[in-house]
Design a binder for this molecule. Structure first.
Ligand SMILES: [Zn+2]
Length: 148
């Protein structure tokens, strides 16, 4: 496939296919480069992280940056969904998503219940008003008949 494929183990994003993403080269700044290497950790692929020498052909896609892109504040890739620690975090995230989805369903149900209760309440009010009116009319009629 033409274009750059992200060099993060387990990530197959490609600049040709995923046009919405950015693909960054490793920084020239030594400290930053060290952090990038540490985070990207090619150990899983090459078996020896220390020998991984990224070239301009090695790119890291924007999905590994907080907020979805490299910026002045986000200069180091930190998002690696396939790595151990993040795996647990991703699992937790999934669990939270499940809970949120469940709560949303419950909330919809509750909204439905509230709507039904309000309707029932309105109906009851209407019935009471109607009975009141009938009672009023009846007593007025009684008074009329008795000439009061
Ligand atoms: Zn990637």
């Amino acid at each position: 496939m033409p274009g750059f494929t992200c060099c993060v183990p387990g990530c197959y994003n490609n600049s040709h296919r995923d046009k919405a993403l950015h693909f960054y080269t490793f920084p020239k700044d030594e400290e930053l480069r060290r952090l990038w290497l540490k985070n990207v950790s090619r150990a899983g692929v090459s078996g020896c992280f220390s020998t991984f020498q990224p070239t301009t052909g090695h790119r890291v896609c924007s999905e590994h940056f907080q907020g979805g892109r490299k910026s002045y504040l986000v200069r180091v890739p930190t998002i690696f969904p396939l790595r151990g620690v993040n795996e647990r975090k991703a699992q937790k995230l999934n669990e939270q998503r499940d809970i949120i989805a469940l709560l949303e369903v419950k909330m919809k149900e509750m909204k439905g219940s509230i709507r039904r209760l309000r309707l029932a309440e309105a109906q009851l009010r209407e019935e009471i008003r109607e009975k009141d009116r009938l009672l009023h009319a009846a007593s007025a009629g009684t008074r009329k008949r008795h000439g009061l």
